[in-house]
Design a protein around this ligand. Structure first.
Ligand code: SF4
Length: 396
């Protein structure tokens, strides 16, 4: 059984309950959701609205914003109103830190999910000589958390909103650090403490994240929390991310290594790629990760060979032309191959193939069948015509 899972060509997701964040359902019965966070000041209602709109326009399904004060919490109400006036129903998530329970309770009215960081929830007095917490101290702080946290959970319950228990490797509480170390175990215990409090309060609209800036750390933490949750009967969805992944190619690769690896293991129900770039740049990366793993199909899948000495035309140029002409045709697989030396099988069962035949000629394929040969300079138009003849064309 474990071997058939290991050799499966289909990712089997960890079974979770469904948590609604606004109208967006999160969990294993639904596609893995894509989210991001704006970096505007939440008090700047107009620019925050525009930032959310930009994310919405490129397919971001959930948007997070930071809410450091009560005034910010009120501004979120104005942002939400403006979004609704413009028919943008993207669910909002408020990030609340540092003992901000009043803020969290105010903002819970305007957003669909509140994110708290267990590490920053109760300020734990730092004594430089301290190296451990006694059981008694540990318990006292837990009781303080319970007292402070309960009213927020009651508001979330009453408003039917969701909660993200968002643990960060870089901001574990001192108590957790001393007791369990700066480790995936410390992160897991940190999250479980809040999971259990919510359970005692009969609140289950929970999503959990375990972010770290190093991919191996976040991978270990997510695996550990998934095992703990499952073994203790909590089937909460997971939100995946590598924090502070950086920018450019490496930021994307690092995020893909961490998020993609876990998704391939069946973990993760929502994702965010955190780049040091405009937030809207994160969204195509998220969708590309999901598409490459076969978890969501939101764009044309292009299969093109790396080219080699046998390549019979300028492959990069042709791929670019084909992509420009067809990238709006979501759902199709199109292969562009320098030659057919290894047979149509190399095209991975693409719906259409564009293949070099030599002497300025290319062949067009419908799946494994060669349909026609045309001069190279007519190739892209002939491909479009073939897609049209098959009734699969839509105007851009
Ligand atoms: Fe080379 Fe042909 Fe393979 Fe492309 S498909 S890499 S041109 S052998």
């Amino acid at each position: 059984n474990s071997l058939s899972k290991r050799y499966s060509t289909h990712i089997e997701r960890r079974i979770t309950r469904t948590v609604m964040v606004g109208d967006v359902a999160i969990g294993s019965d639904y596609p893995v959701r894509v989210q991001s966070m704006i970096n505007e000041d939440t008090m700047d209602v107009e620019n925050a609205y525009l930032a959310i709109k930009r994310l919405h326009d490129v397919g971001c399904e959930i948007v997070r914003l930071t809410v450091p004060s009560l005034a910010h919490a009120k501004a979120v109400g104005d942002i939400k109103a403006k979004l609704l006036e413009n028919n943008i129903n993207t669910p909002l998530v408020a990030d609340v830190h540092h003992n901000g329970m009043k803020i969290a309770m105010e903002v819970a009215k305007h957003v669909d999910k509140v994110r708290i960081n267990p590490g920053l929830f109760v300020f734990e007095k730092s004594d430089p000589a301290r190296t451990e917490y006694t059981d008694e101290e540990f318990e006292t702080i837990k009781q303080t958390i319970l007292k402070r946290f309960t009213p927020l959970v009651e508001v979330l319950k009453a408003e039917n909103k969701a909660l993200r228990i968002g643990v960060n490797h870089g901001s574990l509480s001192e108590r957790m650090l001393f007791t369990y170390g700066d480790t995936p175990l410390g992160m897991t215990e940190s999250a479980m403490e809040f999971v259990k409090i919510c359970d005692e309060l009969d609140f289950h609209n929970i999503i959990i994240s375990m972010k770290a800036s190093r991919a191996p750390v976040m991978m270990a933490a997510y695996r550990m929390i998934a095992d703990r949750l499952d073994s203790e009967g909590y089937n909460y969805p997971l939100h995946l991310g590598v924090t502070e992944a950086g920018d450019g190619d490496y930021g994307r690769i690092k995020s893909t290594a961490g998020i993609g690896t876990l998704l391939a293991e069946g973990l993760g129900d929502t994702i965010r790629v955190s780049l040091t770039e405009a937030p809207e740049k994160e969204i195509p990366v998220c969708y590309s990760i999901l598409q490459s793993l076969g978890l969501r199909k939101t764009m044309v899948e292009y299969i093109s060979c790396p080219s080699c000495g046998r390549t019979l035309f300028n492959l990069e140029e042709v791929v670019d032309k084909v992509r420009t002409a067809t990238s709006h045709l979501t759902g199709l697989d199109i292969a562009i191959m320098g030659c057919i030396v290894n047979g149509p099988g190399e095209m991975a069962d693409a719906d259409y193939g564009y293949v070099g035949k030599g002497k300025g000629t290319i062949a067009l394929y419908r799946r494994k069948e060669e349909i026609k040969r045309v001069p190279e300079d007519e190739g892209v138009n002939a491909l479009i015509q073939l897609i049209k003849d098959d009734g699969k064309w839509i105007d851009p």
